[in-house]
Design a protein around this ligand. Structure first.
Ligand SMILES: C[S@@+](CC[C@H](N)C(=O)[O-])C[C@H]1O[C@@H](n2cnc3c(N)ncnc32)[C@H](O)[C@@H]1O
Length: 189
């Protein structure tokens, strides 16, 4: 991927998924437009307020599977049962990222891909990192468990997945400053 446009990078990563794909924290289905038509999509979303919208949007995009109402830390799929896993702005929100990643490793077939697009902690010692640390107790409460200061790539590597593609960029926060994002693909070895 030669572009440095974050939108194109994110689309390309999602579009590259094939086979049976589990999307954790699927929300209201914002990623359907970017998934390849051939994908057999399985959506997992623990928030019952989102599942009606997700079900409706899934039907619009011809996705036939009923969303799973479950958490990423405890998903009901069999071992090595999916070819890919997708997570966009979810590892910031899960209660236990290590447990969620362990479940991703468990359900991914060997050689399968984990595509992630997440906002992450700023550099240690930076002013923004300090702001993220102070603001996280508030965003956890007000923004569905969202942590601003997670070192998600280190957690992914720590889970045993091999990060084979990684893009790092900053996007506007809407509050006059930018925040760091990562987008990439990790493979189950
Ligand atoms: C910021 S939203 C992102 C939604 C969607 N992935 C997107 O990009 O539009 C975070 C999502 O993670 C879900 N979530 C929170 N905790 C979760 C958990 N433990 N397991 C799975 N999903 C979780 C929330 O319900 C919410 O739908």
């Amino acid at each position: 991927m030669t572009t440095d446009d974050p939108t194109l990078i994110e689309e390309s990563l999602i579009r590259g998924l094939r086979g049976t794909v589990l999307e954790i924290g699927a929300g209201d289905g914002a990623n359907f437009g970017m998934l390849d038509e051939s994908v057999d999509w399985i959506g997992l979303e623990p928030n019952p307020d989102d599942t009606d919208a997700l079900r409706a949007r899934a039907a619009q995009f011809g996705r036939r599977r009923e969303p799973l109402v479950a958490s990423a830390e405890d998903n009901p799929l069999d071992d090595e049962s999916v070819d890919g896993v997708l997570s966009t702005a979810v590892l910031c929100s899960v209660g236990d990222p290590q447990a969620a990643l362990a479940e991703i490793v468990r359900v991914l077939r060997p050689g399968g891909s984990f595509v992630f697009i997440e906002h992450v902690a700023a550099k240690r010692g930076s002013l923004l990192r300090g702001v993220q640390r102070v603001a996280t107790p508030i965003t956890r409460r007000l923004d569905r468990g969202c942590h601003l200061d997670r070192e998600t790539v280190a957690s992914i590597r720590g889970s045993g997945l091999e990060v084979v593609e990684l893009h790092e960029y900053r996007l506007p926060s809407g509050l006059g400053f930018t925040v760091p994002f990562v987008a990439g693909r990790a493979v189950n070895g």
